[in-house]
Design a protein around this ligand. Structure first.
Ligand code: PHB
Length: 390
C-alpha cells in the first residue's frame, strides 16, 4: 500500500516535472533570415544581419514565452540558392517565419514556397512594387521604387531640370524606377531624352555615360541597387559629367549611407529621394544610429539596416499578438495594420496590400564635420506605393 502510494506520487511528480519542463521549453520560434552575405550585394546582408541582431539585443530573445532563434543563411544573391535555402529552412528547420530577401529575384523565387507552406515572408530589402502581390504571406518593411521615384520627378522640373536621361539596372526595381520617374516627369512637362538600362551584374557604366554626355540632358536620373552606387558616382566624376553641366539625381539607393562617406566630393550636392537617411533628425533615429555604430565598429546604418530592424519589430509584435502561438495565417494577420515609429519616421503596414506606407524625403548630399550625409530638406508624408494595381 505504502509502496503504491509512493510510486503514484513519484509518477505524479514526474508528470508535473515534464509538464513544467514542456512549458518552460516551448519550442523555439525560428526566423530563417536569408541574405546575400557575399558577392555584389554583400553590404545588404551585413547591414540587415547587424540590424536584426541589434533589435534582439535591445528587445530580448524571448517573446510571449517563446525563445526566438535567428538562423542566417547566405544566398550569394542567386535566386536558385535563395529558393533552395528557403525550402530547407521550411522543411528541415521548420522555421516559423522567412525573412530577408536582398534582391527582387530572390523574393520572387521564395514567394511560392511561402504560399504553399503558409509561412510568412518578411521582405526587408527587395523593392519592386509587385513583390507583395506574389504571395498573400508576404509583408514588406523596405520600400518600393515607385514610392520614392515619383517625389523626385515632382521636384526636378520645379528646380530647373527640363530634360532627363534615365539610367537604371535592368531588372524589376530599375524598370519600376524608370517607368514611374519618366511618367511623372513627363506629366509635369519634362522631356525624357533617352532611357538606358545596364545589366545588374558587373555593370560597366562607361559606354552609357558617354551616351549621356552626347545627349547633354539637364540631369541624369539613376537607380542602381544598394552596393553599386559608388561605382556610378566614381565614373560620373571621372567622365566629367558634372563639369559638362549634367546634374546627377537619383533614388537614395545610389547615395547609400553604407558607401556615401567614401564617395568623395563628386557626391556633394547630389539630390535624391528616399525613405531613410542616417541623418534623419529624430530622437528615435539618433538612438538607432548610435547603438548600431557602437555594436558594429562604427559602421553607419543604411536603409537596408532599417528594413531589417523594422522587419524584426513587425515579427515580434505579431508573435506577441498570437500570445506566442504563432501560425502562418495568425502571424500575417498580426503584421497587418501595425503602426509605429521607425528610425526613418512614422510607418504603417497597409492591411490591404501588406506593403509599407511611409514618408519619402528629398535629400541633398552635404558635408558636415568632415563627413558626407544625405541631409533631408523636404518630405512627402505617408506615401503609399503608387505601383499597386489594387
Ligand atoms: C531589389 O532587388 O529589389 C533591390 C535591391 C537593392 C536596392 C533596391 C532594390 O537598393
Amino acid at each position: 500500500m505504502h509502496k503504491r502510494t509512493l510510486l503514484q506520487a513519484t509518477a505524479f511528480a514526474a508528470l508535473l516535472a515534464t509538464g513544467t519542463l514542456a512549458f518552460a521549453q516551448a519550442a523555439p520560434f525560428k526566423i530563417g533570415l536569408i541574405l546575400p552575405m557575399t558577392g555584389q550585394q554583400a553590404t545588404t546582408g551585413r547591414q540587415i544581419e547587424a540590424a536584426a541582431r541589434l533589435w534582439m539585443a535591445q528587445n530580448g530573445d524571448t517573446v510571449a514565452g517563446r525563445k526566438v532563434e535567428l538562423i542566417v543563411k547566405d544566398d550569394t544573391s542567386l535566386p536558385d540558392v535563395t529558393r533552395r535555402l528557403a525550402q530547407e529552412l521550411v522543411v528541415n528547420d521548420k522555421v516559423d517565419v522567412l525573412a530577408g530577401m536582398g534582391i527582387t529575384p530572390s523574393a520572387m523565387a521564395v514567394a511560392p514556397i511561402a504560399t504553399q507552406s503558409k509561412t510568412p515572408l518578411v521582405v526587408m530589402a527587395a523593392a519592386t512594387s509587385s513583390i507583395t502581390e506574389a504571395s498573400p504571406f508576404i509583408v514588406r518593411t523596405s520600400f518600393t521604387l515607385p514610392q520614392v521615384s515619383v517625389a523626385l520627378a515632382d521636384w526636378a522640373p520645379k528646380n530647373g531640370i527640363k530634360s532627363v536621361v534615365t539610367l537604371v539596372s535592368d531588372y524589376g526595381p530599375g524598370i519600376d524606377a524608370e517607368k514611374y520617374f519618366a511618367e511623372r516627369f513627363q506629366f509635369n512637362g519634362g522631356k525624357i531624352a533617352d532611357k538606358l538600362r545596364v545589366p545588374l551584374r558587373n555593370p560597366d557604366f562607361a559606354p552609357f555615360l558617354q551616351k549621356v554626355r552626347d545627349l547633354k540632358p539637364d540631369a541624369l536620373f539613376v537607380f542602381v541597387p544598394s552596393g553599386a552606387g559608388a561605382a556610378v558616382m566614381k565614373q560620373f566624376g571621372e567622365r566629367g559629367m558634372d563639369k559638362a553641366g549634367i546634374k546627377l539625381i537619383a533614388t537614395g539607393d545610389v547615395t547609400d549611407d553604407d558607401q556615401l562617406n567614401d564617395m568623395g566630393d563628386v557626391a556633394l550636392g547630389v539630390v535624391t529621394s528616399h525613405h531613410y537617411s542616417a541623418a534623419h533628425p529624430s530622437a528615435a533615429n539618433k538612438k538607432f544610429v548610435e547603438a548600431f555604430q557602437k555594436a558594429n565598429k562604427n559602421l553607419r546604418p543604411n536603409f537596408m539596416a532599417v528594413g531589417g530592424y523594422d522587419g524584426m519589430r513587425v515579427i515580434y509584435e505579431a508573435l506577441k499578438k498570437t500570445g506566442g502561438k504563432g501560425g502562418g495565417e495568425a502571424l500575417v494577420a498580426g503584421m497587418k495594420g501595425q503602426v509605429f515609429e521607425s528610425p526613418r519616421g512614422p510607418v504603417f503596414i497597409d492591411a490591404q496590400t501588406r506593403d509599407i506606407v511611409q514618408n519619402v524625403y528629398l535629400r541633398k548630399v552635404e558635408k558636415k564635420d568632415g563627413q558626407l550625409w544625405n541631409v533631408e530638406f523636404d518630405v512627402l508624408k505617408d506615401v503609399k506605393d503608387p505601383g499597386k494595381t489594387k
